[in-house]
Structures are given as C-alpha cells and as structure tokens.
Ligand binder design. Structure first.
Ligand SMILES: [Zn+2]
Ligand SMILES: [Zn+2]
Length: 331
C-alpha cells in the first residue's frame, strides 16, 4: 500500500487503479474478518479517511467515500472517537467540494434503500472501476460517479456518525442496528456468525434493550424480543441453561406491559406479525428507533405490517402477553 503512484488521475486501468482494486478486495473481505480483526478494519477506515481528506474532489473520491461507508457499516459498533472524527471530517470535505458541482440527473443511487443495498457496494465499486467490461448493463454508471452522488454518500457517512448532521439523506437503520440485526438474524436462522461466542448472551442484549426502551421505541423492542422468544421456545430442550435469558425476557415484557395503555386503541383489528421470526425481528429492529421507523415507512418490505397498527399499544401489549405465555411454557 505504500508504493502508490501519486499522479494518476484517470478512471482507466492504471497502477493506481490496480491498487484501488486491491483495496476494494480488502473491503469486500472485511465483512468476513472484521470481528476477528477489528483493528484491521479500523486501519482501512482511517486509510480511506486520509485519502479522501487529501483529495476530496479527486477522481477516486467515489471509491474512498464508499470505502468509508463500507468500513463503518462492517464495524457496526460505535467507532472510537479519533476514527469517527477523521471519517466525519473527510466526508464533510468531500461533500463541500462535490455538492456544488453541476449535474443533470433527476436522482442518484444514494437516495435509495441503503439498508437493503449496502451488501453489494463492494461489487458496485468493482464494476465502476473500469478495468473490466461492465456486465451490469443496468448500473447507472454516470449517476454513480456523479459528484453529487458521491457528495450524497459522504453525507450518509456524516449522518451515520452524527445523527442530524445531514438530514437531507434518506432515512436508514443505524449502522449499529444493522450490525446487530445481521448477527441476530444469523442466530435465528441457526447459523450464528463467528462473532457470536455465546448465543444466549447475544439474545440477552435484546432483552436488555427492551428493559430500557421507552416512548415510541418500546413497540419495536417488544416485537424484536417476541421474535427472540419464538426462537427460544422452539430451540430450548432443557439441555442448555437459558434460565437467565428467560428471566430477563420475562422481566422486560412485564415492565413493557406496565407502560402500555391498550385502551387508547381505535382500530377494528390488528394484523398478524410476520410468521418468520427473522422478519418479525427485522420489523422490531426498524420500529425501535426513529430513523428505523422512517426507513420502514419509506421502503416497506413485503412482510411489513402498517406502522400505525404495528406500534398500537393494544397490539404491542397482546404481543407481550403472548410472549410471556410462551416463556412460562418453555423448559
Ligand atoms: Zn448527478
Ligand atoms: Zn390498535
């Protein structure tokens, strides 16, 4: 990484291009090894921040910005202060340099559903690299490489680090919540990620979150904990000690019931929760934060139940009561 030629400024294949391609490979693999080697992920994030800050409107600004985005997504947990500051400043420099540039597009990729699309960003970057013929005829190349698109993704980076700093970008589930959702989904599907050392411990975090949830965030936390309850009910066979988890879920559901006023319901009826526990988990994760709820409404999944009924106190209380029944019957 140190023998970087410094003057190449073209999108065609070049020594610098090859070097960036190598980095993209590193970013793509990062999702696999980030838990085993978080310091390496941090190093890549800092490298992107440094390069972007040094040349915020350069030909490679798109890739440095996307590299930052990928690194922060993979990292999931709150980045430490120095790294967050470097990433924020670099993204802000790119936004300031690129946003005023002219453009004739009606819309840009950054305005899409980040939570759904982030998984293919490394692939997108490879396709944009220009070395190979582009097999994705549908990829709107001009719009991806447009300065205003790069500025938009830079603002996504800023917003991910400091909520409210770039409120014109579309809503997205926080990177921490995305990271947590991926880990919990893998558990519910029966294939925990390598970062999950202890399934019960990871599931306890869902109970803790419900125990602390308040106001509008309560409904989503109940739904996420209900999905965990279904999993525990189906998987517990008495051979693994899950008593601490059962107790924590019970206490949290009981507290939630005390906060919910079911008499305020004005609905004739309520929809069913998605049958798949991972879908109910996702609904819960989205509904448990304000940006998540905004993203839930803007890009409804096919299994999504309408927001107003999903957060109705009567519906949420019935879900908590059903979960308590299940917990009492779990060995
Ligand atoms: Zn444009
Ligand atoms: Zn209702």
């Amino acid at each position: 990484m140190t023998d970087r030629p410094s003057s190449e400024r073209t999108l065609a294949a070049s020594p610098e291009q090859a070097w960036v391609d190598e980095l993209i490979d590193d970013w793509a693999e990062m999702g696999e090894f980030v838990d085993a080697d978080p310091a390496e992920c941090d190093r890549l994030v800092l490298e992107c921040a440094r390069e972007l800050a040094a040349d915020p409107d350069g030909a490679l600004a798109c890739r440095w910005t996307m590299g930052l985005l990928l690194g922060l997504l993979y990292r999931g947990t709150r980045p430490e202060e120095d790294m967050a500051a470097a990433a924020f400043d670099a993204a802000q420099a790119a936004d300031r340099a690129l946003r005023p540039l002219p453009c004739a597009h009606q819309e840009h990729p950054y305005q899409g559903d980040l939570t759904a699309e982030a998984w293919c960003f490394a692939e997108v970057l490879r396709e944009l690299g220009g070395g190979e013929p582009v097999p994705w005829a549908t990829l709107p190349r001009d719009e991806w490489l447009c300065p205003r698109n790069v500025a938009g993704y830079a603002r996504v980076v800023m917003e991910s680090l400091r909520a409210g700093s770039a409120d014109d970008v579309p809503p997205f589930l926080s990177f921490e919540d995305q990271y947590e959702m991926v880990g919990l989904t893998a558990i519910l599907e029966g294939y925990p990620l390598s970062r999950t050392y202890d399934v019960a411990w990871d599931l306890l975090l869902v109970a803790s979150r419900l125990q602390e949830a308040e106001g509008d965030d309560l409904a989503g936390s109940v739904l996420a904990a209900a999905a965990v309850t279904w999993y525990v009910e189906a998987e517990a066979d008495g051979t693994v000690d899950v008593q601490e988890l059962l107790d924590a879920l019970t206490v949290a559901f009981e507290r939630a019931l005390g906060l919910l006023d079911a008499t305020t319901c004005t609905h004739d009826g309520h929809p069913e929760l998605p049958r798949d526990s991972t879908e109910t988990l996702a609904a819960g994760m989205y509904l448990a934060s304000a940006p998540g709820r905004a993203a839930y409404e803007k890009w409804p999944e096919e299994w999504a139940i309408p927001l107003d009924t999903a957060v109705c106190p009567a519906f949420v209380a019935a879900t908590a009561e059903d979960s308590l029944r299940r917990l009492r019957n779990t060995p």
